[in-house]
Design a protein around this ligand. Structure first.
Ligand SMILES: C[S@@+](CC[C@H](N)C(=O)[O-])C[C@H]1O[C@@H](n2cnc3c(N)ncnc32)[C@H](O)[C@@H]1O
Length: 191
């Protein structure tokens, strides 16, 4: 730098995923067979509302409805191009009444309606999301994460399927080991 300013290298995927401060992960779609395995491990069924945090092209939402007959599916997607692509597919398949997608930052979204949450983010993304999931996900919510664990959280189950690592957590058991602080105790016994 000729003028003495310090250069900052920012990988291009941060821009592609919606900005340095809000990006939890680049877009890498989960293969269809792995999506099905994730939903199977999370025991998705008719009464479930499935949330995909960073839903990309919407494949997890669509499969949750079409193959697992989930009641409803909700996605958050920060990238407008991917949001448009996902919505186009949802409309093409006539699923607008059961799938909704928010074009925005999942960290600002309301996840309280979820009974199942699917994730394919990064180690960093999971860590950023962890307090929100711990505080806002409802009791009994199953969280299935492709490839990335939550440090210090208690696993309900893990499985390797065609070399893809899948991790299942359940709220509130996931928090029991690490979080013995008042926040958890208050959730377990609000009175
Ligand atoms: C690895 S991809 C996974 C896509 C999809 N869930 C799947 O498994 O096929 C991660 C997605 O998260 C999106 N994303 C990253 N940060 C986000 C944020 N803060 N809010 C919402 N979406 C985000 C990215 O744009 C990308 O589409």
């Amino acid at each position: 730098m000729k003028d003495g300013t310090i250069g900052l290298f920012i990988p291009c995927h941060f821009y592609q995923t919606g900005g340095l401060l809000t990006s939890l992960a680049p877009f890498v779609p989960t293969p269809i067979e792995i999506v099905k395995k994730m939903l199977e491990i999370a025991s998705v069924r008719q009464e479930d509302t499935v949330f995909d945090i960073g839903c990309g092209d919407g494949r997890i939402l669509i499969i949750a409805i079409k193959d697992f007959n989930a009641k409803k599916a909700v996605g958050f997607e920060i990238r407008e191009d991917l949001y448009n692509r996902a919505m186009q597919e949802v409309k093409k398949q006539g699923l607008e009444d059961r799938i909704s997608i928010v074009n925005g930052n999942a960290l600002d979204g309301d996840i309280s309606e979820a009974t199942v949450i699917t994730l394919y983010l990064t180690t960093f993304g999971n860590e950023k999301l962890k307090p929100k999931l711990g505080n806002e996900a409802c009791m009994g919510t199953r969280i299935i994460s492709h490839s990335f664990v939550f440090s210090d959280w208690h696993l309900s189950k893990s499985e390797v399927y065609f070399e893809h690592k899948l991790y299942l957590y359940t709220i509130p058991e996931a928090l029991l080991i690490q979080d013995t602080k008042p926040s958890l105790l208050k959730r377990l016994n609000p009175f």
